[in-house]
Structure formats: structure tokens, C-alpha cells
Write a protein that binds this ligand. Structure first.
Ligand SMILES: Cc1cc2nc3c(=O)[nH]c(=O)nc-3n(C[C@H](O)[C@H](O)[C@H](O)COP(=O)(O)O)c2cc1C
Ligand code: SF4
Length: 648
């Protein structure tokens, strides 16, 4: 069998180690770390799943090498706590037993120690260290590391390397990017030292050379060491790509691969972890340029998930290895699907940032489209039911689709009824918004899975109690979703009004000036899209905050886009709609016209409770899932659909 993607799926040798393909799992901080700084069982499951899915290598992230100056980073792993080696050995084993190479990222947060503390007040009792004295953007003072401390940190990298190798890790990634300590030394923005660790580029890279030398001495020849850098810091007064090339060139003799990421925490993580508004592979050009200046293999990363694009990157010599972060949370089996040429089965990452938002919010990990992320030890496999049953799923939105697929995978006979003529529910409306197209694709890929699993899909069927009585299912899953709220304002029935869910059907109707009524997540994203299309957009919200329903990582990025593409009117209450726009009550009580030839109504959704009430006693097992309980988000719908099916 020949590979559909011969470059992406070809093995690579780094040092003395073979990797089965070029798809590597990027470091992503895990879910549970014990109070003793050990990787807990959930952490092991978190990494193991991606090894099982076929990645060439899986990187365990955020091992803090020098807790004395970095221990303030909550949820950190280290290799200095007595007894921690066993836990690391179990993690490395768990990755290795599925054919992936276990790698571990060594990190030091430097002045950003404590950044992820869920309890922000704790930062007050911490001390942050960097190359030079200064003040963090959040006001925390930063102390300058002494030469003795630097020597101690360098030694700590070597000590950690000895233990990492002993635990069974087969590669070490040294993190010198994203604005963490080694990056702070490389950066003229952070590093104002006047000794041999500051000033010239040669001096600024000195600590990184020392770290790499200490690691090499510790692990010996042939053990792959990878250097993760930001190809460019991508902000004024940080270092640029030209310097990035010089840094890579100056350090390549000490490493087996240069891993080119981007950006600096100081100016937001969105360059490093690109949002849905950025093009796929936005940072590949950095790797491609650096590759021209080094002879060692180069890895690229950032918003990559399309096998054809990744194949092309390697075929064109822009990089040798592709790292993926979020795409492998959304679908850990992406590499296996690529190897089998089944890319139509890939579940795409939405770049919604739920995964990143969970940790600062709840201290866990979660993925919107993959219900087992962060919960892998609760069961990585969908297991067959002890008895095959007849399952009727009502509603083919995301919750119903996920329930139907999962129930069918368990061996149940599943009928999925949808009252409209297409599956996908609310996700159908995302097809007209390019940066949300992957949400639409989620519906398509779930539909494809349902067909493959033998789910019988019945379209145009309104399920009534009589219908259920005729079918006599053993289990009934109610995934009947929600309906857009349409405020009863004068003018709401006008031809100039489009309900946001119908935008994809009525796109052509939308004029050059638009009022979006409702500044929740859907309204904000629609406003941004219309602005990107060149329309003049006004966004009206009755509360004093936009996108209150948005996660804390997506929100600041979304707000920047809203600022760029729309004029917002907070605390404005819509009174009536005219051909000229929406007449609102302004905060001072006066009436103002917010102008726009088209009005997009995006004031929220209401759960279809009547439908649930009509059906809730119609089968021996009945479960409600998704928006019909309470309109929320994809994460909740997928999670509930999946677990309802596991309970049958
Ligand atoms: C949930 C999450 C956790 C991350 N944790 C780390 C980390 O601990 N260390 C690190 O170097 N990068 C971390 N990153 C950045 C990723 O390694 C990667 O560079 C970035 O997400 C871009 O790749 P992607 O677009 O494929 O997700 C994290 C990213 C995510 C989404
Ligand atoms: S939570 Fe969202 S951004 Fe994170 S991996 Fe899942 S789909 Fe992608």
C-alpha cells in the first residue's frame, strides 16, 4: 500500500532514534499533577492517548528544571522531588508502548513564574526571576538572576536530563521560545545585562549554549535533543526573524532538531497558538526561512491540521517535521487516519480555545469536540454494550449526532431522526462564516461517522409520542436543541431582518450597512465576519458587556476583532426596527437610531422544552442532551451526547 502523504508519513531519524512519521505531538501542559509535582494518572492518560493515535513523538510538557527560581509555576512537573521518577517512567512507558517516542520539554518560566495560578492572589507571595530587573505587565516586580544562580540553573538542566533519560524519555525538548526564561535571555527586550550573558547576540545565547552543553554531557551522544525557539518574537523591540536565523545557526551544532514556533507570552499567546481568525500554518514561513540557514532538521508548528497542507510543507522543504497541538486534542487519531489515507474522517480543531481556557479557569483540560480529553483514564475506548438495544435519537444537531455515533459504536441499533432536511443543527449556520467553517465541518464529519457506523438517518421526521410508540425503542435520546429567540419588536418581520441562524441561507440579502442586534458570542462573531466582508457594522447589546458567554482565552482576541470591524453600542435596548436601522434606548434614556440597511438578529436561543416534555416518558430509558436542556456550546453538547450513549 502506498501512502497518500508520502512525506508526512515517512520515518525520520534524529540522533540515534527513529520516529515512525513526521507528525509530532506538541507540548501541552497536562491535567493532573500531584501536590508532590508528579505526573498523576490523568496526565499519563492525557499523553498516552496521542501516542495511541499514531503520533511519531509525544512531548510531555512543562517540566520545571529549577524549582528554586521557578517553583511558583502552579501545576508544574519537576524531576527533583524525591520519588518522582517512577511516575515519569510510567508516563514514558505509556507513550512508548504505542510506538511513539516519548519526549519531555524542559522549561523555566523566568519572569512569568506563577502566570497560570488559578488563585491569582498567591502571586503576591512569589518571587519572579529574569535576566534583568523590571516589572511584569501585571505589575509584579522581576529580579535579576545572579551569575551563581545562572550556573545553578544550567546545572539543573543537566541533572534533569540524567533523570529524564533514566525514566525512559527518548528525546528532550529545550524550551527557549514563547517568552520563557531562555527566550528572555535571547531577547533584547528582556535582557539588559551588561555581563557576558547580555548585550551582543553571542552573549545573549550564552546561557542556552551552556544549557544544551550540560544536557549533552548528561545524555551522551546519539540521544536526540531538540531546541524550541520562537523564530521571531513578532513584536517591536523583540528579536526578529533575521535574529531567529542567527540564533538557530549559532546553536544547531548542539542539537538534533530546531523547532520553530513564534511569539512571546508578553504580547499574548495568540501568535504562538493562532486563533480561528488566522490562516492555517501562519507561522510556517518562520521555519522555512530558518531552514535555509541550518543543516539540522527543522520542525514547524501553529494552526496546522490539514494533511495535504502538511504534506506540501515537507515536500517543498519548508520543514522536516510537523508539530501539532490542538489538532491532536480534537482528534488524537489524526496521525493514524493520515497513515491510512482516511483524512475525511478527521475531526478538526475549531481553534475555540476551550482547551486553553479550562486550565486557568478550572485547573483541568477539556476539548470542545473530544469529550475524553482530560478524562482519558475514565475510558479511552468506546466499549461494546453487554446487550444490543434499539436506540432512537431525536434531533441531529451536534449532541444527537455524537450520541448516535457513540451508541452505534457500542453495537446498538440506532435510528437518528431529524425534522429538517439536513443534519448538523445549529452548526449548519457556520458554513457561511469562513473562520468558523470547521464548526460546520464538525457536523459533516459526525454525519460521515454516523453513516459508517450504520446509523439509520431519517430526515424530515417530526417525532411524536405516537411515532415513538410505533418504533418501540429501548432508549430514547432527546437532542431536540433550541430555537432562536426573536424579540417581538415592531419591524422584526421586515424583509430587512435576518435571524443569525439563517444567515447562511439569506447571505445575499445582507446590505452594505448592518446592525447586529445582540452582542453574545454568535452576534460578535457574525459582526466580525461582516466587517471582514467590508460591510459597515454596528453591534448593539443591552448589557454592559459583549460576549459574556465566551471563554476567557477566545474573548480578548475576539474583542480585538470586534473593535477592528464593528462599532459597539453597549447598554442599548432595541425598541423598534425600521428600514434605516434599529431605534434603541441609549443608556441616558434617549432614543437613538443605530443605522443599518440590514438587521441581523442574534439575541440568543431558547431550549425546546415543549418537545422534551412531550417525549420524556415514551421509552424505558430517556436522556436529554445538549441545547434542549439549556442552550450552551459545542463542548457541552458533545460531552452530553457521548455520555448518554455510554449509559445505554
Ligand atoms: C492546551 C495547550 C497547552 C499548551 N502548553 C504548552 C506547554 O506547556 N509548553 C509549550 O511549549 N507550549 C504549549 N502550548 C503551545 C503548543 O505547544 C503549540 O505550540 C501551539 O498550541 C500551536 O500549535 P497548534 O496550533 O497546533 O495548537 C500549549 C498549547 C495548548 C493548546
Ligand atoms: S478545545 Fe477547541 S481549540 Fe482546543 S483542541 Fe478542542 S477544538 Fe481545538
Amino acid at each position: 500500500m502506498t501512502s497518500k502523504y508520502p512525506h508526512l508519513t515517512s520515518p525520520i531519524k534524529l540522533g540515534n532514534v527513529y520516529f515512525r512519521n513526521r507528525i509530532f505531538s506538541a507540548p501541552m501542559g497536562a491535567t493532573d499533577i500531584t501536590p508532590d509535582c508528579y505526573p498523576g494518572p490523568r496526565t499519563q492518560g492525557f499523553y498516552e492517548l496521542r501516542a495511541k493515535g499514531g503520533a511519531g513523538s509525544v512531548t510531555v510538557s512543562e517540566l520545571v528544571v529549577h524549582p528554586e527560581t521557578d517553583a511558583s509555576h502552579m501545576l508544574h512537573l519537576d524531576l527533583v522531588t524525591p520519588g518522582c521518577l517512577a511516575a515519569h517512567t510510567f508516563v514514558a512507558d505509556a507513550i512508548r508502548r504505542h510506538g511513539a517516542v516519548p519526549s519531555i520539554e524542559f522549561s523555566h518560566s523566568g519572569q512569568y513564574a506563577g502566570t497560570y495560578l488559578t488563585d491569582k492572589n498567591k502571586k503576591e507571595s512569589l518571587c519572579q526571576w529574569g535576566p534583568s530587573e523590571g516589572t511584569r505587565p501585571d505589575g509584579r516586580p522581576v529580579k535579576s538572576l545572579s551569575k551563581e544562580q545562572i550556573a545553578d540553573i544550567v546545572k539543573a538542566y543537566g541533572d534533569a536530563a540524567v533523570l529524564a533519560k533514566r525514566a525512559g524519555y527518548e528525546m528532550i525538548m529545550v524550551h527557549a521560545g514563547h517568552g520563557w526564561l531562555l527566550n528572555q535571555f535571547l531577547s533584547p527586550y528582556f535582557n539588559h545585562r551588561t555581563d557576558e550573558y547580555g548585550g551582543s547576540l553571542e552573549n545573549r545565547i550564552r546561557i542556552v549554549r551552556e544549557v544544551l552543553e550540560a544536557i549533552r554531557t548528561a545524555v551522551g551522544p546519539g540521544f536526540p535533543v531538540e531546541l524550541r525557539i520562537s523564530g521571531s518574537e513578532l513584536f517591536d523591540s523583540g528579536y526578529d526573524l533575521e535574529d531567529g536565523c542567527k540564533i538557530a545557526h549559532a546553536l544547531e551544532d548542539l542539537v538534533d532538531m530546531i523547532h520553530v514556533s513564534a511569539g512571546s507570552y508578553q504580547f499574548g499567546f495568540y501568535v504562538t497558538t493562532p486563533p480561528m481568525f488566522a490562516e492555517h500554518g501562519i507561522n510556517v514561513h518562520l521555519a522555512a526561512e530558518i531552514k535555509k540557514h541550518v543543516s539540522k532538521p527543522v520542525a514547524t508548528v501553529g494552526a496546522l491540521n490539514d494533511p495535504a497542507q502538511m504534506e506540501q510543507i515537507i515536500a517543498e522543504g519548508k520543514a522536516d517535521v510537523i508539530y501539532m497541538g490542538r489538532a491532536l486534542l480534537a482528534d488524537p487519531f489524526l496521525p493514524n487516519k493520515v497513515m491510512a489515507g482516511e483524512d475525511e474522517k478527521i475531526v478538526r480543531c475549531l481553534r475555540c480555545y476551550t482547551c486553553m481556557a479550562e486550565r486557568p479557569t478550572t485547573g483541568t483540560r477539556r476539548c470542545a469536540v473530544n469529550p475524553i480529553i482530560g478524562r482519558e483514564i475514565e475510558g479511552m475506548d468506546v466499549t461494546p454494550a453487554y446487550k444490543s438495544k434499539k436506540v432512537l435519537v431525536v434531533g441531529a444537531g451536534v449532541a444527537g449526532l455524537k450520541a448516535a455515533v457513540t451508541a452505534a459504536q457500542r453495537g446498538h441499533k440506532v435510528i437518528l431522526c431529524e425534522k429538517t432536511d439536513k443534519v448538523g443543527g445549529i452548526l449548519k449556520s457556520e458554513q457561511a462564516i469562513p473562520f468558523k467553517y470547521e464548526m460546520y465541518q464538525l457536523g459533516l464529519s459526525l454525519e460521515q461517522q454516523a453513516i459508517e457506523e450504520g446509523v439509520e438517518i431519517r430526515l424530515g421526521v417530526n417525532v411524536t409520542p405516537e411515532y415513538v410508540a410505533t418504533e418501540k425503542p429501548d432508549a430514547l435520546i432527546l437532542a431536540v436543541g433550541s430555537t432562536p429567540i426573536v424579540p417581538q419588536l415592531p419591524g422584526i418581520d421586515g424583509d430587512n431582518v435576518v435571524i443569525v441562524n439563517d444567515y447562511y441561507l439569506q447571505k445575499e440579502k445582507v446590505q452594505e450597512s448592518v446592525v447586529v442586534l445582540g452582542g453574545g458570542l454568535a452576534g460578535c462573531e457574525c459582526a466580525v465576519h461582516l466587517g471582514m466582508e467590508g460591510k459597515q457594522v454596528h453591534l448593539v447589546e443591552m448589557r454592559d458587556v459583549l460576549a459574556a458567554d465566551c471563554n476567557i482565552r477566545h474573548k480578548p482576541i475576539l474583542m480585538k476583532q470586534v473593535e477592528k470591524y464593528a462599532t459597539s453600542h453597549l447598554r442599548h435596548v432595541g425598541l423598534r426596527i425600521t428600514e434605516e436601522g434599529v431605534v434603541c434606548q441609549a443608556p441616558d434614556g434617549s432614543e437613538v437610531l443605530i443605522p443599518g440597511k440590514t438587521v441581523i438578529c442574534a439575541v440568543g436561543q431558547r431550549a425546546n422544552r415543549a418537545c422534551v416534555d412531550a417525549l420524556r416518558f415514551c421509552a424505558p430509558f430517556v436522556r436529554e442532551v445538549g441545547d434542549c436542556i439549556r442552550p450552551a456550546n459545542i463542548t457541552k453538547a458533545v460531552y452530553e451526547g457521548y455520555h448518554a450513549a455510554l449509559d445505554i
